[in-house]
Design a protein around this ligand. Structure first.
Ligand code: GDP
Length: 478
């Protein structure tokens, strides 16, 4: 389609205030064009600097993407083994790893790192990346070509791999003169990483990494908060995100567009169950305790939180109220969980008893998949649809520790009420608290002062990087 004249039936803000590039075909990815019909306009505008850097990135991606001259040339270095001199284009290869919420967060982190270091992001397709997301960049694919030389090794890289950056530092075998550096390094930033892997977050190491054409990255963590603590990135990050808590909000809306199949799951559900409500309340229930739910203490906690914070109305169990007052509101609760028990209980409660203020409450749960099935295609398509739907709520309640919930809050631009993690199978008191910001939590941050070479509390260094509400050792941008 002609990029200068968008089709008339598209919402005015469909490019999200310039965040999205205009040169895309509508039919190939409906969500990119239609999201603005369903989601409220974000009160957070992307900075003009972020917009210009994204357009620059798109040019870089077009010039360096799969099978371009520069790509082919840089690829040849892998076969030759050595970095040898500088290359025109440099790359970050993201390895598909862990649950879908984790993957969405790590992909956003990897993209931000690519943006900060002028690298091109290429995405390992794993089992189902192509069925979940549209291409985010115009012209050139973000997918790692299937004939990439290391493609069969990606899933096998670990902390002990010979080309693992941390491993090489540990064994003191990294020669930092440009000519001696390898053509690729593997960066192990998964939750079980060691002290040497963590040196990734030191400026000194970044200077070395900058010379390596291919960086292959595996992580299950949203590592953005620690990038904010690095002097070499700090200033650029402030320019990109003057409003610091909007990093994932903007990058997520920029990168993650559901495929038409997933968009169908989202829009059909929204129109059938949520569109007519005066208020939409999302409740994401993720239970990490072992055993088969539903657990009574979790139900107690959900009720305690939503009623105490007045997100949902109380019911009159004596049933003395029966004439509906004026201004009766229709509230739709979208509940997501692997288990159907919590929403059944809530739905029954609002059917069996009237609410004290007369409001009507409908409770809906799209799926109950019982257990995590990361390898199944429709399973992850539903999980993606549910994260997106939660992000369309007016008010959101999430579970501690869950990246599934972080994705919903970030895409939705919502500060959720977080249900504290239950200890010893009892409902915590207080049951929940409001999040400080809509940013995700980095669950396994380093606690290291690169200059002084000692341990340090990285959650107490600056005002805008704090320990998380739901995990005391985690870090988040606020
Ligand atoms: P986290 O484990 O909560 O941080 O979230 P992840 O998304 O990384 O991994 C959990 C996985 O379990 C999801 O990707 C889904 O496959 C599945 N899952 C967990 N909760 C739900 C849910 O409420 N709905 C659906 N459809 N799937 C879920």
């Amino acid at each position: 389609t002609d990029s200068s004249s968008p089709p008339v039936d598209l919402p005015k803000n469909y490019l999200l205030g310039g965040l999205l590039a205009s040169e895309f075909d509508e039919q190939s990815c409906l969500s990119r064009f239609q999201s603005a019909i369903y989601r409220k306009i974000s009160p957070h505008k992307p900075s003009s600097y972020l917009i210009s850097r994204l357009r620059e990135y798109e040019k870089l991606h077009k010039r360096c993407g799969p099978y371009t001259h520069s790509y082919n040339e840089t690829l040849a270095k892998i076969n030759s083994g050595k970095a040898i001199g500088s290359t025109d284009c440099k790359y970050v290869v993201w390895i598909s790893f862990s649950g879908l919420g984790n993957r969405i967060l790590t992909l956003a982190s990897a993209f931000l790192y690519a943006l900060l270091t002028n690298r091109v992001l290429l995405v390992d397709r794993g089992k189902d990346m192509v069925h979940l997301f549209c291409e985010p960049f115009p012209d050139k694919s973000w997918l790692l070509p299937t004939d990439f030389p290391l493609v069969n090794q990606l899933q096998r890289f670990d902390q002990n791999s010979p080309k693992c950056h941390g491993n090489m530092l540990k064994n003191n075998i990294i020669n930092t003169s440009t000519d001696a550096l390898p053509a690729y390094l593997y960066l192990h930033l998964a939750h079980d990483y060691g002290d040497h892997d963590k040196l990734f977050f030191c400026d000194e190491e970044q200077t070395v990494l900058a010379k390596v054409p291919w960086l292959v990255l595996k992580t299950d963590n949203y590592f953005v908060p620690s990038l904010f603590l690095m002097p070499s990135f700090d200033e650029e990050l402030s320019k990109l995100f003057p409003d610091k808590e909007t990093v994932f909000h903007h990058l997520g809306r920029y990168l993650f567009h559901p495929t038409n199949r997933v968009w169908g799951l989202i829009t059909r559900y929204y129109q059938a169950y949520l569109a007519k409500a005066d208020e939409k309340i999302g409740i994401q229930v993720r239970v990490f305790d072992v055993g088969k739910g539903p657990f009574p203490y979790i139900m107690d906690q959900i009720l305690a939180c939503t009623l105490k914070e007045k997100l949902l109305p109380e019911v009159d169990e004596k049933g003395s109220i029966n004439s509906p007052p004026e201004n009766q509101k229709l509230k739709a609760v979208l509940m997501t969980s692997l288990n159907s028990g919590y929403s059944e209980k809530l739905r029954n409660m609002y059917w069996e008893y009237p609410t004290v203020n007369g409001d009507l409450v409908g409770v809906y749960q799209p799926s109950h998949e019982e257990y995590q099935q990361t390898e199944k295609q429709l399973h992850n398509q539903k999980a993606w649809a549910e994260m997106y739907l939660l992000g369309m709520s007016d008010v959101l309640v999430t579970s501690s520790w869950s990246t599934f919930g972080y994705v919903a809050q970030g895409l939705g631009g919502l500060k959720p009420w977080i249900l504290y993690k239950p200890e010893n199978r009892t409902a915590p008191d207080p049951p929940c608290r409001r999040a400080m910001s809509m940013e995700p939590c980095f669950h396994a941050p380093p606690f290291y002062d690169c200059k002084a070479k000692t341990g340090i509390d990285t959650g107490a260094l600056v005002r805008y990087v704090r320990h998380c509400e739901d995990m005391s050792w985690g870090l988040k941008v606020v």
